[in-house]
Write a protein that binds this ligand. Structure first.
Ligand code: SF4
Ligand code: SF4
Length: 326
């Protein structure tokens, strides 16, 4: 939805170890007219809209609520999942969001990485108190939320306390997960000076990793009209088998989040493992120029990518999805 973010999480691709925004990142919000066209073109034929961020937080899009209203006009049955740090806006904005979503199947996932100031060590630039106020307001106004907690050595012993608090605040789900930077995550300031290092050695070894429903969960599925389709197994690509694509804030349609990440920072990262010459400089996957169905029908999707996956040509596929030639 956007490449803007209020936070500076330590291991996020959009900043340098919690410091300066990565050089070359183009700051852009998804265009509302393109969004309207996309919603209209795909009306009634999608099961799930998931707003997460390779480059920014969906909550930073100034038109997020009206864009969701547009989406729901054309996709009454669609399951909506939003991932957010929850630290932007005031509680009344979150009440409005809950009001928009409350009669539809949805889950808003708030990243809260511990209790009190512990949370702010990784989720730099967010205020724990503000996130909790927003989460509470969202839940009280009828929103369905999940508290997700990334475990570090400084917070992994607080999982039970966090779960109890999530229950008290009215969340429906609670999840703990590993961080994606291994045992160590250095945190730097905007000038690149190291401030401190987060460690996760103990947390990775002894942490309790779980995804659970909380007792508050009562009627959350009552608006669900979604029918689950069985995964296809005809491709080695898990996103293809799940009928998923990734669309970035620059209106480009990618086969998955792993490949999309190489698409839009000029000069970085120059990853030789996928065919960037084709992807970067060709506008075939640009929604401002083509409709979604023409994009998915393009030679790159049907031949180039299929062949690369079938023959395990891209390291990005081998490394992220364990794709092998045989
Ligand atoms: S909230 Fe998300 S997009 Fe923003 S810095 Fe953190 S991980 Fe990155
Ligand atoms: S990295 Fe390759 S195999 Fe994995 S989801 Fe993306 S396109 Fe598919």
């Amino acid at each position: 939805m956007t490449s803007y973010c209020n936070a500076k999480c330590g291991a996020c691709a959009r900043n340098l170890n919690g410091g300066a925004t990565v050089p070359g990142l183009k700051l852009q919000h998804f265009d509302t007219d393109v969004w309207h066209e996309l919603a209209e073109q795909t009306a009634g034929s999608l099961q799930k809209l998931s707003l997460n961020g390779n480059w920014g937080d969906p909550g930073m899009h100034p038109q997020l609520i009206s864009m969701l209203e547009t989406w729901l006009t054309f996709h009454d049955d669609c399951d909506i999942v939003i991932h957010t740090n929850g630290g932007m806006h005031k509680p009344n904005w979150w009440e409005e969001l809950a009001d928009t979503l409350k009669n539809h199947r949805h889950r808003v996932i708030f990243s809260v990485d511990g209790i009190g100031k512990d949370h702010e060590l990784y989720r730099r630039n967010t205020s724990y108190n503000r996130v909790i106020e927003n989460l509470k307001a969202f839940n009280s106004a009828g929103g369905n939320s999940e508290w997700i907690m990334t475990l570090w050595d400084h917070n992994y012993k607080d999982v039970d306390k966090a779960k109890a608090l999530a229950t008290m605040l009215g969340c429906y789900w609670f999840q703990t997960r590993r961080n994606n930077s291994g045992d160590i995550c250095p945190i730097r300031d905007d000038k690149g000076r190291e401030l401190y290092t987060l460690t996760a050695k103990e947390a990775n070894k002894h942490g309790k990793f779980e995804s659970v429903s909380l007792p508050n969960l009562k009627f959350v599925n009552k608006f669900s009209k979604r029918k689950d389709f069985e995964d296809q197994t005809i491709s080695k690509c898990p996103w293809y088998n799940q009928f998923e694509v990734q669309i970035d804030p620059y209106h480009r349609v990618w086969p998955c989040c792993n490949i999309s990440i190489y698409g839009h920072i000029e000069g970085w990262p120059r990853n030789p493992t996928i065919d960037q010459s084709k992807i970067l400089y060709d506008d075939f996957n640009d929604l401002t120029k083509h409709n979604i169905y023409d994009i998915l029908d393009h030679e790159w999707y049907n031949d180039t990518l299929s062949d690369a996956i079938e023959n395990a040509k891209y390291a990005v596929c081998r490394n992220n999805c364990d794709v092998h030639k045989y």
